[in-house]
Design a protein. Sequence first.
Length: 492
Amino acid sequence: MATQVTLYIEDTDIKLLVTRSKQVEKWASLLLEPGLVSDGVILDEDQVAQKIRELLKLQGVREKRVIAALSGLNSIFRVISLPELPRAILPEAIKNEANRVIPMPLEQIYLGHQILPSPPGETRVFLVAFPRNATAALLKTMAKAGLRTHLLDIAPLALSRCADVPRAIIVNSWLSNVDIVIMADRVPQVIRSLSLPTESVSLEEKLPSITEELDRTVAFYNSSQAERKLDSSVPVFVCGDLAKEPDSWPILVGKHNFPVSVLPSPMSAPEAFDTSQFMVNIGLALKELLPATEEANFSLVNFNALPEIYLPKGVSIINIVAPIVGVIAIGGLVFGGFFVLDMRADTAELRSQLATAEGNLAQQHAEIATLQGQVNQLETAIQPVETTESALNNMLIGLGLDRAKVTLDLKEAVYLLVLRPNNTVNLTELNHSGNSLTIQGTAADEDDIFTYARDLENSGRFPLVVILSITANTIGEEGEEIKVFDFAFLLK
């Protein structure tokens, strides 16, 4: 089974997953500076391509064929019904129906579709419209990173592929985006993807918006499916930020009383792998691993959203055969002409040339023997140099990985402060030694210190966060005194 390399670029980070035969082998994420990607559209292709190359190099990934995903933002998903039509005219009928039901000019979008199991006399089609600008930016960025995107998907469709149940609700929340998918009859019936307010950085602040959107999505589905409404037996699967906060689940489902659990992964993975953060990548890998069977309940929707203009061009057999036939014909004529001339050549002259050639051949054999001896000496001398080079390369790779870890640790520690509004915490010293990071700083509010410590622990990058000290100091003159707290953390 070949290796699957999947990449999902969000507004805040790049997620990489390498799998083989439903087994997770490598995974990593790399934070992106604000402004490189916005609302699912890559704004700086060169910078993001450089980040992708760095991430692949750090993880030792050399595969150039990748499966990628677009954000579900600004995409529209529909299940449409057409009369049973001949296959030859079906694409044109789907395009005409898309022009009717998609509230966007077709020149601004790409269309993807898949024929679904349908009753007699009817053709059911899953239809998706996704923005051309986001698609072009993603595929150009991949090309600039030296990669070839051979499969493309939309993030909510990848998520729906991970649930092995016929009916379910999937909610994926990560930093600034949320995806909500309602599955019925193994088909994503309703999909909502939206950006969350940028000022809402903690899950507690985002939860009311997510809950409101879930209520609206369920109400919309129930209004169109009066005989098959979602009841309390339908499970809600969460991933992303929500997977780490089970206390938030009752608030999320509210009056609906849906049972809530973490979306299980259909793949095997090491214990350290956090599946909830990579569910889109897992769904991408399953594009090549999940056949549509009657026994399973995974999503039936699985098509390549790569627009036709980006697909490899076919090669005509005539274009291949015609030049070969021409070369053979010309070669036959040339051979015939030389054959006639050779028959007229003087036999004595040929024998003289043969004797000269044999003499030259003997001399060349002697020279080859001498060169072979020199080659053997050089190979003996090169062997120690190659051994030293290998050792130095291994040392260089180790240093590169250590430097990358330090950089990512420091970025995470600082990035968590940048995201927090009304922050009073200031860092005065960061010291990275071995596998630990010591942070020192000040804050005007002691609660901000504990909140920062929790954010570091919840980030998933620092399994152990130890508060070494918190000291209250008073500065200023009498009557204008201000209390300031000094603190120190140890992160491992």
